[in-house]
Ligand binder design. Structure first.
Ligand SMILES: C[S@@+](CC[C@H](N)C(=O)[O-])C[C@H]1O[C@@H](n2cnc3c(N)ncnc32)[C@H](O)[C@@H]1O
Length: 272
């Protein structure tokens, strides 16, 4: 692996921060070196400096997208931090149902969805808790910066072992088992898949939507951002939530040290 000088590391940190808001601490130097070395090899380059110049000069933006794909951390799981899904199923859905006489539409956003497990877990809670008629008004948008994890999410195919955190009955109900060359894999069933729309969205770029959301899950994403970036993003989330809508953040995250307009519901759950 080529050496990554402090200067090159600094340059990549600046670029990544500027375009994705991701703050890379000095402890991440080795990780960055390992992740970018693969791209250097693919491009036939021997120096990080040459790769940095390539990204900076590339007018198409393709190189930058690939750099950000390599840098972003995408760890996720089905049913991760289950308390949020339980809260949704037991507190939010019953309240929606009792108010939903005029067939109102419900919009959910898995913001920073990685390979789709969070969005599909949301879809399972909805399928479990709502009638077929109620489901016609429900849509989940799932977005991420990383094009590679989004492609995985779109496919909806996972190794069987990834289903372990899910309730046993749901594994059977919502997944098809692969056969032959797909032995050991599962695919989300079309009824789940059809509730979710995936697309690339970078939080650092302006975004707006035709309709506001009722639920935003943005979990284990803001830990990569500094306080200013977190505060700006939380403000944007507030703007695109309906009154009474909820924001869920990761269990290692908090809005304590930033200024915001949300009402605190309980740890990691906030309401507009
Ligand atoms: C650790 S994963 C969290 C996945 C899921 N929300 C969960 O809690 O399991 C963080 C995700 O945030 C995405 N991300 C990081 N910076 C982003 C940005 N500027 N815009 C959009 N997504 C971003 C990453 O690509 C990654 O998939």
């Amino acid at each position: 692996m080529p050496e990554l000088s402090d200067r090159d590391f600094h340059n990549f940190c600046q670029l990544v921060y500027q375009h994705a808001g991701i703050h890379l601490s000095p402890q991440k130097k080795e990780l960055v070196r390992a992740r970018l070395s693969k791209i250097l090899r693919l491009r036939g380059l021997s120096e990080f400096q040459d790769y940095y110049e390539l990204v900076r000069r590339d007018q198409s933006g393709v190189e930058l997208v690939q750099l950000l794909d390599a840098i972003s951390t995408n760890q996720t799981a089905f049913w991760r931090e289950p308390g949020h899904f339980v809260f949704l199923g037991q507190e939010v859905l019953p309240a929606w149902r009792s108010r939903n006489r005029q067939g109102r539409r419900w919009r959910l956003w898995s913001a920073g969805c990685s390979s789709g497990e969070e969005a599909y877990s949301l879809a399972m809670v909805l399928l479990d808790g709502l009638s077929a008629a109620e489901l016609t008004g429900v849509k989940i948008l799932a977005t991420d910066l990383n094009t590679q994890v989004l492609a995985q999410a779109q496919r909806g195919i996972y190794p069987l072992a990834r289903l372990e955190p899910l309730p046993v009955e749901w594994r059977r109900r919502f997944f098809q088992k692969g056969v032959n060359q797909w032995e050991g894999y599962v695919r989300v069933k079309p009824e789940i898949r059809s509730l979710v729309q995936f697309r690339r969205l970078n939080f650092m770029e302006p975004f707006q939507f035709g309709e506001n959301f009722d639920i935003i899950f943005c979990r284990n994403v803001m830990i990569y951002f500094d306080k200013n970036t977190q505060a700006e993003l939380v403000h944007k989330f507030y703007q695109c939530l309906n009154p009474g809508g909820y924001l869920f953040i990761g269990h290692s995250e908090s809005l304590c040290s930033i200024t915001h307009n949300f009402n605190y519901v309980k740890p990691t759950i906030y309401r507009k």
